[in-house]
Design a protein around this ligand. Structure first.
Ligand code: ZN
Ligand code: FE
Length: 238
């Protein structure tokens, strides 16, 4: 099984997970990019996996439904176009010899979900939309701080080697915010240097890992809901 990172719009990431023959796409913002990736590899699209209803995550769904026989999977939400399978915590979906399991991770929106992908001989991969970012987390657009805090604790409890694939390339800005909180922090400083190097080469900063995020993400490092809420508010004004 392979995971292909497909940039879309200004700073979104879509993820194509595939075997030799079939594929799933996470949060297709741009159907043309997805269709090209499928054609190049000779893949059949089986699932469209959505984390939440925001336009920059679902914009490509209608066109993909027209051109493929893929089933649309996402949280129960009538704001999601053409949803075939509304799913809840624990729902499993098979692709090749791998399995996606649904985790409910509300807080950015009021009903966001994440997908944990397990396949033989590779670390687990988490697709978490706008819930957890590399060195950051989603804004509280519809959900409450308590909900997002609980969702982040849930993701932080995954094994350290779980690969993190998030919905946006916000990493540099997130690290600048982290350094505004703790200017002398060596982990943040070193991470910023490494991230800038990747961006300079035109490379994405995903995937990260849960283990790395526990060290270099202020929203996973902070130890109380009160601190989390305050930092989330500060980040909105950063
Ligand atoms: Zn969003
Ligand atoms: Fe988004």
């Amino acid at each position: 099984m392979e995971i292909v990172i497909l940039p879309a719009l200004a700073d979104n990431y879509m993820y194509l997970i595939h075997s030799d023959t079939e594929a799933a796409i996470v949060d297709p913002a741009d159907a043309d990019v997805v269709m090209r990736a499928l054609d190049e590899r000779g893949l059949t699209l089986k699932y469209i996996l959505l984390t939440h209803h925001h336009y920059d995550h679902v914009a490509g769904v209608p066109a993909l439904k027209r051109h493929t026989a893929a089933q649309v999977v996402g949280p129960e939400d009538d704001r999601i176009p053409a949803l075939d399978h509304p799913v809840l915590e624990g729902r499993a979906l098979e692709l090749g010899d791998g399995t996606f399991t649904v985790l409910e991770t509300p807080g950015h929106g009021d009903r966001d979900i994440s997908y944990l992908f397990k396949a033989p001989s590779r670390p687990d991969a988490l697709f978490c939309g706008d819930t957890l970012f590399v060195s950051g987390c989603g804004r509280l657009l519809e959900g409450h701080a308590e909900a997002l805090w609980a969702s982040l604790r849930k993701l932080a409890a995954l094994p350290d080697d779980t690969a993190l694939y998030c919905g946006h390339e916000y990493t540099e800005d997130n690290l600048l915010f982290a350094l505004s909180l703790e200017p002398d922090d060596a982990v943040y400083r070193n991470r910023l240097l490494a991230v800038r190097e990747r961006l300079r080469e035109g490379l994405p900063t995903v995937p990260s890992t849960i283990g790395l995020e526990k060290q270099a993400n202020p929203f996973l490092r902070c130890d109380s809901l009160i601190a989390f809420s305050e930092w989330r508010r500060k980040k909105d004004r950063f």
